[in-house]
Write a protein that binds this ligand. Structure first.
Ligand code: AMP
Ligand code: MG
Length: 497
């Protein structure tokens, strides 16, 4: 395979490689034998100001890493991380290569990264590759999250490599092209802090402020403003996850982007029946990253970020600790506020009353006991809010294993709704904008992956199309709205690395 320079499809404008040399390792993708394009995201090409037509000409070569586009940085980024609570001082991009940064059509800086592009100096014993299943999974899930309005890395392309990767079995390999506001993680800060590289932490903090938190640069205490900014975005992000039933699955500090985007889709999943203790990931044996633990874990991770910034917060150590502690202690409050306002909208409330929290918790408790499907319950409540008698109510009730669970709650809900002067049709319409009809249901994702592994991309493409408009009930996609039958239910997910 020749390794040439492609015409310049990207107008790279690389800033990360202007940081000190020890922030990254220069490394090139390893060519693959038979690259075949699986997906190219036309909408995202437009957003990035790339020509879909030009890119499609040579997409397989470009997005497999077989040709390196002109001006590419081509580096693996260094980072550390707390994995399941244990600190690992050096992780880094073991199978990802940052091609470079572009300014998108809106002037925002975006990273273009190849994931699964071959070994890097950070690969340790790994092969630097990704299997096709997890690539298809990340493509579907990240694009679905974006369509749901949740900050997320995006997927620009997926290419099958024509080579096998060896996990528990031999699997087809693939490369994902990921687009992110940046790939800087809490673990990136930890990498320099663990080496007591104060200048490194400071340079990183400056870069992150300029890139993601420019308002912090104007603050009297820029690094404190940075910490507070990351805390607010992360708390809001996790609140958004929990409003759609998303479980990240591996919230290690190396999988938390300081930009506030959802990143590193591994064994993530969406709730079917509501259960705050739900864990899908096969590697999460203690339930550290269970659905209902996510806001606490985010706070724990943010405390690790705060520790790395301590020397920059104040010359007086006690004062630095005090400011950092105050910022971290505010995380639950920010989370709760975001979560509550979103949940209010989900049940059709506009103004806030102090009892709303109890009302929302009452619904969730009834759903837990009644094993009600998370997405369907909220979606069907939209119609029930419009039509209090009859069919719409029955459609919600039937989701609960014991109908009384819903009925007792619905009586309280209706008396609360009556205190707001909103036309029922309008209320239902607004509810339908926040309660998706379609989420990437685990069994549908698995079905699309299984077909893609056999070379059939039709289920993947169809599911992807359906998920691009999650708030619309399109009759042609009705099957994707359904909860899994018991035999279809996915019980475990794997990160597949
Ligand atoms: P992840 O579980 O994907 O968040 O990755 C955790 C760490 O393991 C990161 O440093 C990855 O770069 C590295 N890693 C995961 N899979 C591989 C692989 N197949 N080859 C090399 N490094 C890997
Ligand atoms: Mg990761």
């Amino acid at each position: 395979m020749t390794y040439g320079a492609a015409p310049a499809p990207f107008a790279f404008d690389n800033s990360y490689t202007q940081l000190p040399e020890h922030f990254y390792a220069r490394t090139a993708p390893t060519p693959v034998s038979a690259p075949r394009l699986l997906a190219l995201n036309a909408e995202l090409c437009g957003e990035l100001g790339l020509s879909f037509e030009t890119l499609s000409l040579d997409a397989a070569a470009l997005f497999s890493g077989n040709v390196l586009p002109e001006g590419a940085a081509s580096v693996a980024q260094a980072y550390a991380g707390h994995q399941f609570g244990n600190f690992v001082p050096q992780l880094g991009d073991g199978r990802a290569i940052l091609l470079g940064e572009v300014l998108d059509a809106g002037g925002r800086r975006r990273d273009i990264q190849l994931k699964g592009a071959g070994p890097t100096p950070f690969s340790r014993r790994g092969d630097g590759r990704a299997a096709l299943g997890p690539v298809v999974r990340e493509y579907l899930l990240s694009e679905a999250m974006h369509a749901l309005g949740i900050p997320s890395t995006r997927s620009l392309a997926a290419v099958a490599t024509g080579e096998r990767v060896y996990r528990e079995e031999a699997l087809p390999g693939a490369v994902l092209t990921r687009v992110a506001a940046s790939h800087i993680r809490v673990g990136t800060f930890e990498y320099f802090a663990a080496q007591e590289d104060r200048a490194g932490v400071e340079a990183l903090a400056r870069h992150v402020m300029a890139r993601h938190y420019p308002e912090a640069l104007l603050s009297e205490r820029p690094c404190l403003a940075l910490l507070e900014g990351v805390c607010v975005r992360q708390a809001a992000l996790v609140a958004r996850w929990m409003q759609v039933g998303f479980i990240h699955g591996v919230m290690n500090t190396d999988n938390m982007a300081v930009s506030g985007e959802t990143i590193d889709y591994g064994p993530c999943a969406f709730l079917d029946a509501y259960d705050p203790e739900k864990v899908f990931s096969a590697i999460d044996r203690g339930g550290r990253y269970a659905f209902g633990n996510q806001s606490r874990v985010a706070q724990w991770n943010l405390a690790r970020l705060a520790e790395t910034l301590l020397p920059l917060l104040d010359a007086d150590q006690a004062k630095a600790v005090e400011s950092a502690t105050a910022a971290i202690h505010r995380v639950p409050e920010v989370f709760q506020k975001e979560w509550l306002s979103g949940m209010r909208r989900k049940i059709g409330l506009e103004a806030g009353e102090p009892e709303d929290l109890a009302l929302i918790e009452g619904l969730l408790e009834a759903m837990r006991q009644g094993e009600a499907d998370f997405t369907l319950t909220f979606r069907r409540l939209c119609s029930a809010a419009q039509d209090s008698a009859g069919a719409a109510d029955a459609a919600v009730r039937e989701l609960f294993s014991a109908p009384g669970l819903y009925d007792s709650w619905a009586a309280l809900w209706r008396s609360r709704l009556a205190r707001e002067d909103v036309a029922p049709e309008l209320r239902a319409e607004r509810m339908r904008l926040v309660n998706p009809a379609l989420i990437p249901r685990n069994h549908r994702v698995e079905e699309a992956i299984a077909a893609a592994r056999e070379g059939d991309l039709v289920p993947f493409e169809r599911l992807h199309r359906a998920l691009s408009r999650p708030f619309v009930e399109a009759p042609e996609f009705a099957e994707y709205a359904l909860a899994p039958r018991p035999e279809e239910r996915v019980l475990r997910t794997f990160c597949g690395t």
